[in-house]
Design a protein around this ligand. Structure first.
Ligand SMILES: [Zn+2]
Length: 323
């Protein structure tokens, strides 16, 4: 979509009421319940121009959502980038210095701050490290149906299936450029319990993306038992059992500045034939490696070292399901 013609209808919500935060972390709100239970983190604007998460979290907070068990934390992640959001150049506020969804390894976060995103991630790290469950709310540059990204772990996939959201479940390894927030430390470790998911709620400029984000957040809180009812004035989330999981088999990372797609590719587009040409990268031809190959999130801008596209194969969500 051309930025100049984006039919953006919502205004980015004002986050100033949340600046003080709790426990000394700006823009992070945390509420403890009297009863024991898990610590659930909802995170938004890890990418500053993905406003759906900010809309969903501010609506939840404005409704006075509070946990009945455990702890609920709402984290506005890259607020500095978000505050630069400008409707005339809506893609520019994704980040200021570096992609904040590629810095989430202990080794990277142990180093002295090298960018505004890295500095903010270091401040957020103790909060994220306490999460038993985390849902990171995102949107996509291209039009796409909602996708719930569960990473490569069995525990992530099981949680995604149990949530029963109306979204495609995508199992993937993340990006060569660096781990995402939902890949951080224990989340990526099958032997440890903390589990994180990332939801792509739809295109940045679709008002429906904010509704998807709110529905996903509510479902996540109900499923983890942190709330036991939907706050007044909010729509109860739907319950839609997935029949398939899209397993990412190939991550296409841009190698050269000469990378080009042979045509505009759609997200979740299915390419029937194996060997269909998708892109050129320098002298290399990139083709579908198998039949009925599902294209996941072709990139809007091509940057060497970053992901251009992922390729996935549909598998049954459970024995007996058909894909
Ligand atoms: Zn994002």
């Amino acid at each position: 979509m051309d930025a100049g013609t984006a039919p953006w209808v919502a205004k980015p919500p004002d986050l100033e009421p949340f600046e003080a935060g709790h426990d000394g972390v700006p823009y992070v709100l945390s509420f403890a319940a009297p009863a024991a239970g898990p610590h659930v983190v909802l995170s938004a604007i890890t990418h500053g121009n993905e406003l759906c998460g900010a809309v969903a979290l501010t609506r939840l907070l404005d409704c006075g959502v509070r946990p009945v068990r455990g702890r609920l934390t709402c984290a506005f992640v890259n607020v500095d980038a978000y505050q630069r959001f400008d409707q005339t150049d809506p893609f520019a506020a994704r980040y200021l210095d570096e992609d904040m969804n590629r810095v989430w390894s202990c080794a990277t976060l142990d180093r002295p701050a090298r960018s505004r995103e890295h500095a903010r991630a270091k401040v957020l790290r103790p909060v994220i490290a306490q999460a038993d469950y985390l849902l990171d709310l995102h949107s996509t540059s291209m039009a796409s149906a909602p996708m719930l990204l569960c990473g490569p772990t069995k525990k992530g996939r099981a949680l995604a299936l149990r949530l029963a959201l109306p979204a495609e479940i995508v199992a993937d390894e993340g990006h060569l450029a660096g781990p995402r927030l939902s890949d951080y430390d224990a989340f990526a470790d099958e032997a440890r319990a903390p589990t994180a998911l990332l939801i792509e709620c739809g295109q940045h400029f679709e008002p429906s993306s904010a509704e998807v984000a709110l529905e996903a957040a509510l479902r996540f809180l109900l499923h983890t038992g942190v709330i036991d009812r939907v706050p007044p004035n909010l729509k109860p989330p739907r319950n839609v059992a997935a029949t398939r999981v899209l397993e990412v088999t190939d991550r296409i990372t841009v190698r050269t500045p000469a990378f080009t797609f042979v045509r505009p590719l759609g997200s979740l587009e299915v390419v029937g034939k194996a060997g269909t040409l998708l892109a050129h990268d320098g002298g290399e031809s990139i083709v579908t490696p198998y039949e009925s190959c599902v294209l996941i999130m072709p990139a809007r801008s091509i940057v060497p070292g970053e992901t251009a596209l992922r390729l996935a194969r549909a598998v049954p969500a459970a024995p007996g399901h058909r894909v």
